[in-house]
Design a protein around this ligand. Structure first.
Ligand SMILES: [Zn+2]
Length: 110
């Protein structure tokens, strides 16, 4: 018979899984803001910081330069939401792994 703590760990697992975001709506990376000077003579941007902001999704990969994708304004909110979903998912997975490690230490099936 599993004891009380094991049962509560299992309950916590199920509760965590119910809070998982929609996994079809995740993105990893960060949003980067850029201002660009167009180079047209006399354009006001020559004095200021440039036109923008324009947004890019920057995704880092080990041993490589980050990949940048332009994010059109109308996708900005969705992209932010997806990035947020990924962060939440990561935290939930991290906690699930901790629980499974505890179960393993208790010689329960993780
Ligand atoms: Zn300009």
């Amino acid at each position: 018979m599993p004891d009380k703590l094991t049962n509560s760990l299992r309950r916590r697992q199920r509760a965590l899984i119910r809070t998982l975001p929609d996994l079809t709506a995740v993105l990893r990376g960060s949003l980067i803001e850029r201002y660009k000077r167009c180079g047209k003579p006399g354009c006001r941007c020559a004095q200021g910081r440039g036109h923008g902001p324009k947004y890019y999704l920057s995704v880092s990969k080990p041993g490589q330069r980050p990949e940048m994708d332009y994010v059109p304004q109308k996708f900005l909110e969705k992209v932010q939401e997806h990035l947020d979903n990924f962060r939440k998912t990561k935290l939930i997975l991290e906690e699930l792994c901790e629980i499974n490690r505890e179960l393993l230490r208790r010689r329960e099936k993780p």
